[in-house]
Design a protein around this ligand. Structure first.
Ligand code: UD1
Length: 425
């Protein structure tokens, strides 16, 4: 199993390229299932979850061609005209919860689908009851049998029917599933309490290029007029705001001066505001973000909430920064029930953090000291990388397959900025 070896203490300098967003690429690959025509997706990040999604749709009979000369601009042509098996098996779904995104498009186009239940996940129970509730409101008949959601249309129906869907909580992949399904449903669908994360308007823009009729994306109320058919299109995946935020926190923690090419401040206001209050200089520049930081910053309290609030996917990385800042910060996690698993590992590196239920109290320390730590989930891994970059001596991070699931060449990018980091087998 690969590990990362980091020798901490170097400042980060230079320029780094922000990749396409994992959380946009995954639903957008599923949106390709809505049409029998070829779809070209560009700026696809090179990471394990994208590979898993490509495997999942190939397994259905979909043709996926990587474009020659793709280089770092991962470009694929996806043709779901050849799709024969509208199914997502457990073996693939268990490694990536986002596979549930196949359910809406498959059901909408084929009238039936069989998708494995995702099962547990390290950061909490993460049920899919809302996905089932919303698609059922559109007329789908869904039974859960032998660990699978088996969905079909009622006898005599050829399409889902538009509906008003109000979920009990804001759900990102739930909103995406309903949005995709509604594009091919009969009549109007209204999504109340819709998620507003930037990946949703990006998906909606792609669906509109495919011929969908959507209004209100990016707000909490999305209206969709169903059409009979969608066509192929070309779409560029939006830049990854969480990768951007991760690099911003890394520079803030180590000190240095970095340009994040393609990073977008407007998708990350809540995090940028906290970084500025902490004492980092974050400036929007043409096609990117410039960040500068010197010395220890001021610890910042925050609560994770839905977009445009502070993202749960940035909680661990900002906690790494807080752990070596001046002062005390209260970090409250409101989205997932078990998302503090990085804390014990940071404590091994010398951080002073106490957990009480949903709240972590971070008392900044002057320095961390390198140790062997274990990555437990995707964003926790990123936070340990940041901690390792500032810790004195060597930090060895085990189980970095979590990191590879969601970050495109993280250690190569960090090395390019001057970090002493290497992958060891
Ligand atoms: C997405 C992101 C993930 C991010 C999360 C929250 C993708 C592929 N993943 O995950 O990186 O951390 O948003 O910003 O985009 N819930 C239910 N029942 C449901 C659905 C959700 O109870 O049917 C609960 C969840 O357990 C959680 C909350 O709703 O407590 C929000 O989850 P949700 O927005 O659905 O997260 P994901 O879409 O899975």
């Amino acid at each position: 199993m690969d590990k990362l070896l980091i020798r901490g203490g170097r400042q980060l300098q230079g320029e780094v390229y922000i990749s396409g967003a994992k959380n946009a690429a995954l639903p957008e690959l599923c949106a390709c299932l809505l049409t029998a025509e070829p779809v070209i997706l560009s700026n696809l990040p090179r990471l394990q979850d994208v590979n898993t999604m490509l495997k999942l749709i190939r397994n259905m009979g979909v043709d996926v061609q990587h474009q020659a000369g793709a280089g770092r601009d991962g470009r694929v042509t996806v043709n779901a005209g050849s799709l024969t098996t509208p199914e997502a098996p457990y073996e693939l779904v268990k490694t990536m919860r986002a596979s549930v995104l196949a359910l809406g498009p498959l059901l909408a186009r084929f009238g039936h689908a069989r998708v494995s239940l995702p099962g547990g996940c390290a950061i909490g129970s993460r049920p899919v009851d809302q996905h089932i509730k919303g698609l059922t409101a559109m007329g789908a008949e869904i039974v859960v049998e032998h660990g699978y959601m088996i969905a079909k249309l009622p006898q005599g129906w050829t399409r889902l029917k538009g509906a008003r869907i109000a979920t009990d909580m804001v759900t990102v992949t739930g909103t995406e599933n309903f949005l995709m399904a509604a594009c091919l449903a009969e009549g109007e669908t209204i999504l109340e309490n819709a998620a507003q994360e930037p990946e949703i308007p990006d998906l909606a823009e792609m669906l509109i290029k495919m011929g969908a009729k959507i209004e209100g994306h990016g707000t909490s109320r999305i209206r969709i007029q169903g059409v009979e058919k969608l066509k192929g299109c070309e779409h560029q995946v939006v830049a990854d705001r969480i990768e951007t935020g991760t690099f911003l926190c890394a520079v803030a923690a180590t000190g240095g001066d970095v340009l994040l090419r393609h990073g977008r401040v407007e998708h990350l206001e809540a995090v940028v505001e906290k970084l500025r209050e902490a004492g980092a200089t974050v400036t929007e520049v043409a096609d990117g973000i410039h960040v500068q930081s010197q010395g220890r910053l001021k610890a910042q309290s925050f609560r994770t909430t839905e977009y445009p609030g502070f993202p749960t996917d940035m909680q661990a990385q900002f906690m790494a920064l807080n752990s070596i800042s001046h002062g005390t910060a209260k970090v409250t996690e409101t989205i997932f029930e078990n998302r503090f698993m990085h804390v014990n590992e940071m404590v091994r590196l010398g951080a002073n953090i106490q957990i009480d239920g949903k709240v972590a109290l971070v008392e900044g320390v002057e320095k961390l000291s390198g140790a062997t730590v274990m990555a437990t989930d995707l964003r926790a891994s990123a936070s340990l990388v940041i901690a390792g970059l500032v810790a004195e001596g060597e930090t060895l991070i085990d189980r970095i397959y979590h990191l590879d699931r969601g970050y495109d060449q993280m250690e190569t990018k960090l090395r390019g900025l001057g970090a002493d980091i290497e992958r060891v087998k």
